[in-house]
Write a protein that binds this ligand. Structure first.
Ligand code: CS2
Length: 452
């Protein structure tokens, strides 16, 4: 079977423009499944009229994306899964660089065509402490502060890249954090400023004047790629693709309208929402969708389910998730004008139940120590401050504690301090629970919470 690559074009299912005219307007750290399923297709739509928005990916921790996609000239297939699935070949990703290609990474960030530096590196990729500031004691940040050799952290690469950009005299750009963290842009801006300030030059001042860090809300359910998807794509397209991606048809991207001056991608033309109130969207999505997702993951695995859709077919779990969202989480939100929270919850429940998507609960269960603070614990804090009960919110937190105590399938940067530990011990981890460690009502509610 022929492998997907530039030589196989043109194809009826895309890309719908001449890739020879593409320029690289975007440098993206973390070109994994989520970025390629959610954002690269948005740039593909823009390139059909304005081919400045090609993407250069940078994969810091693994060469596997580069090894799979560079032989395909960056091309890959996006499977959109619903009752009538479709398969599109996406063209906007041009090349993937790895950490060993430091000079090329810096040159790309410093190129005048580059207008956006974005990231999807998951929560742990930012090296933040529990209070959301850059963890100056994180080994990668300690290394990057010393300034010897190539950076190891995302924030270190951004600072080095911005220094190269200033030296090249090409002006600032926009840095877009696209992970599931509240205030993701503002947090990244503060982290970059903090690391730049340790350099002993005036780079931090230049960044403050030339670089913008809008916050974003990203949403599209994107199960990890597996061999079943590779086989399905080969059958549907007649081409071999080493790393296709899959997602539901629904997608949403809300971006704070705060870009650096100069050229920028016309994201609104491709269906992205630009707003000055991104926080309301971010919190609604993180607390409702991701909060319910993590709850279904820990409670569902315990009840023997493998996927979200399967968990949603379990009436006890489906009704728990619905009540958690409608009664407990919704009360913690101040939705932006125009967001009907009840209708939003209904859409989320429908999306979770999508039988065309096999979203593994164990994938969602990963990195709980990094996810729970944004997904459930902030909601607990809001409920307590308003004097509302937290019993139901404590149920998934307790399920996470049982999950890490059992240890089966736990993938988490804090795994060594979680696996096999008793609930009471883990509840003392300030990196995860912050001030809630000292809150007897919270600790009592979690210890009292029973499985469903
Ligand atoms: C999921 C998210 O893996 C997880 O933790 O909750 O990836 C979720 O599917 C996306 O945020 C949906 O936009």
């Amino acid at each position: 079977m022929t492998r997907l690559s530039q030589a196989a074009l043109p194809l009826p299912n895309g890309p719908r423009y001449d890739r020879a005219t593409l320029r690289s307007g975007i440098v993206h750290f973390g070109p994994g499944a989520f970025h390629r399923a959610h954002q690269v297709p948005v740039y593909d739509a823009l390139n059909a009229v304005d081919p400045r928005w090609g993407v250069v990916g940078v994969s810091l921790n693994s060469a596997s994306v580069a090894n799979a996609l560079n032989p395909q000239d960056g091309l890959y297939t996006l499977a959109l899964l619903d009752a009538a699935p479709s398969f599109e070949v996406v063209g906007a990703l041009r090349h993937v660089l790895t950490a060993g290609e430091g000079a090329a990474i810096l040159d790309t960030i410093a190129a005048s065509d580059t207008r956006v530096l974005s990231a999807t590196v998951t929560e742990k990729g930012y090296c933040y402490a529990a209070d959301g500031s850059l963890d100056m004691d994180h080994p990668a940040i300690v290394h990057d502060r010393a300034g010897e050799g190539a950076p190891r952290s995302l924030v270190g690469w951004i600072v080095a890249g911005l220094a190269a950009r200033r030296a090249a005299g090409v002006g600032g750009l926009t840095v877009l954090s696209c992970d599931n963290l509240a205030d993701n842009g503002a947090k990244l801006g503060r982290a970059v400023a903090a690391l730049a300030a340790t350099r002993g030059d005036d780079l931090a001042d230049w960044i403050a004047g030339a670089v913008r860090f809008p916050s974003t809300m990203v949403d599209a359910i994107t199960p990890a790629t597996d061999d079943a998807l590779r086989a399905r794509v080969a059958e549907a397209t007649g081409l071999e693709d080493a790393w296709p991606v899959q997602r539901e048809r629904f997608w949403q991207w809300v971006v704070e309208d705060d870009f650096a001056p100069g050229e920028r991608p016309d994201l609104a033309a491709a269906g992205v929402t630009l707003t000055h109130d991104v926080r309301g969207y971010e919190l609604a999505k993180l607390r409702l969708l991701n909060g319910a997702h993590s709850s279904l993951a820990y409670l569902g695995l315990e009840r023997g389910h493998a996927t979200v859709a399967e968990a949603m077919r379990d009436p006890a779990l489906a009704s728990f998730a619905e009540r958690l969202m409608r009664e407990d989480i919704a009360a913690s939100l101040t939705p932006p004008a125009g967001l009907d929270v009840d209708a939003y919850v209904t859409t989320i429940l429908d999306r979770f139940a999508n039988p065309a998507i096999a979203h593994q609960l164990i994938q969602i269960a990963a990195d709980g120590s990094q996810k729970l603070p944004y997904r459930l614990l902030d909601t607990v804090r809001t409920a307590q401050a308003a004097g509302r009960p937290i019993d139901r919110l404590a149920v998934p937190v307790a399920a996470w504690l049982r999950f890490v105590e059992r240890g089966k399938g736990v993938a988490d940067p804090l795994a060594a301090r979680l696996v096999g530990r008793l609930a009471r011990e883990v509840l003392g981890l300030r990196e995860v629970f912050g001030d809630l460690v000292d809150d007897p009502a919270f600790v009592a509610a979690v210890l009292a919470a029973r499985p469903i």
